[in-house]
Design a protein around this ligand. Structure first.
Ligand code: GLC
Ligand code: MG
Length: 550
């Protein structure tokens, strides 16, 4: 699955903003890369204060991205090329400029009065309004409630203050949202990525969250979100939404952005006899340090938590988190190893635009941020400190324009146009055109991996068995993938010294390299020699050539 961030993918009309016709023009790049599905971040009508995650009309394409006709053309053109298309649904909240919210907040009696989560709250000293409970926003520091003068009431905003939470207990709202989902399914959309899905339904009695700080899915929180996150009603909503998808023919897929324990995540997939989401994002891999031990522990965990027929997901980048190559200190050998794991482990791999050419974070000071988050959580953070943080606060840094060509505009927009975010300084070398011409580029490595993955049943549908690593063999990660008579072994050397090892089991001596990230990797007579930070994918199902191809 390949994530397209529409605003930064390709600008067809020269306004410095990516658009749907731009995406259509680049579909062939994605086909050649070998991806199966594209997921598009939201491109619906929006004031764009959170780059489209603040929707003001779910049924209409924002004018800077094109028209509904373009959306249809995108779906059709993708389908003609054998690609599936997933949209991004922001069901938790709308923009505060959505006509529903404008009406809802205008009085306590209008027809949309209860389409959002409103509460009276309490009164403090001198009648000062106090929020109804202690709930914090998902950004942790700010509270989850915003005061409305018009209604003299609080509205819930789980994320940013201008993103009021919809009230999914309101039957008309729920019917309208499901209808909108049906509309896009009717247009041929193959599924949806579901934005902060675990935050949609909170405790109806508005009881306080636990005061104790905690960690959920590796992310620290200032309170225990037992009344606000992953409530029973969220699992039921997943199943209801699944039922809507199942009204349509073909495979329609739901992928949830949810955070929680394995048990919680599995309930989104299946709960009380009902099927829900098909997949949930697992973000630990993304946050993990690079290392054989760390990755092995995670693979064991994912295999234990999502045994077949469940399928884990592997994610190393998205539009919210630091670029993987930047996490790896810019080391391209490590990036190749990570890519090989991503595409050969058992699970659905997700990648983010530009990952295939090694795009990196482009430093942008907090004061220049377009992203609203720094203004909320890092108002007083000294820039000198921000500069050095591994996790980037200003998400603009991972959202800079896709680098297609060398030269001004990087092929994203015309050379004389200023793009909405600055282009990375490395665009002259890190771009699709330059890497296309270079067989040894990261882009070619991604293509080789993806094509191999789709050719080999073992890699796209096989079981996974982690192999033991013996003392003295080095910092290795080894596993077998197996489907029918197709058997592949993956050996990754994540250490800083060359690894020498003997393959084991039947047919070891006739095993052949299918792919190796380094041309200094050698497999001969069952003896494998792997340079530091390199990886080999090996055919273990029969006999073959003992030399690395190319
Ligand atoms: C999700 C999106 C993020 C957005 C937020 C609010 O986490 O990935 O980009 O800001 O939800 O919709
Ligand atoms: Mg444009």
């Amino acid at each position: 699955m390949y994530q397209v961030y529409p605003r930064s993918f390709a600008d067809s009309d020269g306004d410095g903003i990516g658009d749907l016709p731009g995406i259509i023009d680049k579909l062939d790049h994605l086909v050649e890369l070998g991806v199966g599905t594209i997921w598009l971040s939201p491109f619906f009508a929006s004031p764009q204060r959170d780059v489209g995650y603040d929707v003001s009309d779910y049924r209409t394409v924002a004018p800077e991205y094109g028209t509904n006709h373009d959306a249809q053309r995108l779906i059709d053109e993708a389908h003609q090329r054998g690609l599936k298309v997933m949209f991004d649904l922001v069901l938790n909240h709308t923009s505060d400029q959505h006509p529903w919210f404008l009406e809802s907040r205008s009085s306590r009696t209008n027809s949309k009065a209860d389409w959002y989560v409103w509460a009276d709250g309490r009164r403090g000293r001198g009648g000062k309004p106090k929020p109804p409970n202690n709930w914090r926003s998902e950004l942790q520091l700010p509270r989850a409630w915003q005061w409305s003068e018009e209604r003299e009431q609080w509205y819930l905003a789980t994320f940013l203050s201008f993103q009021p939470d919809l009230n999914w207990r309101q039957p008309d709202l729920k019917a309208e949202m499901f209808d909108m989902v049906r509309m896009w399914l009717g247009h041929g959309v193959d599924g949806f990525r579901l934005d902060i899905f675990g935050s949609i339904m909170q405790d109806p009695a508005l009881r306080d969250n636990g005061r104790r700080p905690t960690i959920v899915a590796g992310i620290p929180r200032v309170q225990t979100p037992d009344r606000t996150l992953n409530t029973e009603e969220n699992y039921a909503l997943a199943a209801d939404l699944r039922a809507v998808c199942d009204e349509f023919d073909g495979d329609r897929v739901l992928v949830g952005e949810v955070f929680g324990s394995a048990e919680v995540l599995r309930r989104y997939v299946h709960d009380r006899g009902r099927n829900g989401l098909h997949l949930v994002f697992l973000f630990e891999f993304l946050a993990s340090r690079y290392g054989a031990k760390q990755y092995r522990t995670l693979v064991e965990q994912f295999e234990r938590d999502f045994p077949a027929p469940l399928v884990p997901t592997y994610v190393v980048e998205n539009h919210d988190r630091a670029r993987s190559l930047s996490r790896l200190g810019g080391n391209l050998d490590k990036a190749r190893v990570l890519a090989a794991l991503l595409f050969t482990l058992r699970g659905v791999p997700f990648m983010y635009q530009g990952q295939e050419i090694g795009m990196e974070n482009r430093y942008i000071p907090l004061a220049e941020a377009n992203d609203p988050i720094p203004g909320v959580v890092a108002k007083r953070l000294p820039e000198a400190l921000n500069r050095r943080l591994a996790e980037r606060l200003n998400r603009d840094e991972v959202r800079t324009p896709m680098q297609w060509e060398p030269g001004p505009g990087a092929g994203f927009c015309p050379p004389d146009v200023t793009p909405w975010l600055p282009i990375h300084h490395n665009a002259a070398v890190r771009n699709v055109q330059t890497q296309e011409a270079d067989d040894s580029s990261l882009l070619h490595w991604y293509r080789s991996l993806l094509h191999l993955r789709s050719e080999r049943p073992a890699l796209h549908q096989g079981s996974l068995e982690l192999l033991p690593v013996r003392d003295g063999q080095g910092d290795l990660l080894r596993y077998l993938r197996h489907a029918g008579d197709d058997l592949c072994e993956v050996v990754a050397n994540l250490g800083s010294v060359r690894a020498e090892l003997a393959l084991e089991g039947p047919g070891a001596s006739s095993a052949a390299l299918l792919l190796a990230s380094s041309d200094r990797a050698v497999l001969r007579g069952g003896q494998l020699s792997l340079p530091p930070n390199s990886v080999a994918v090996i055919d273990r199902s029969g006999s073959g050539d003992a030399e690395a191809p190319g």
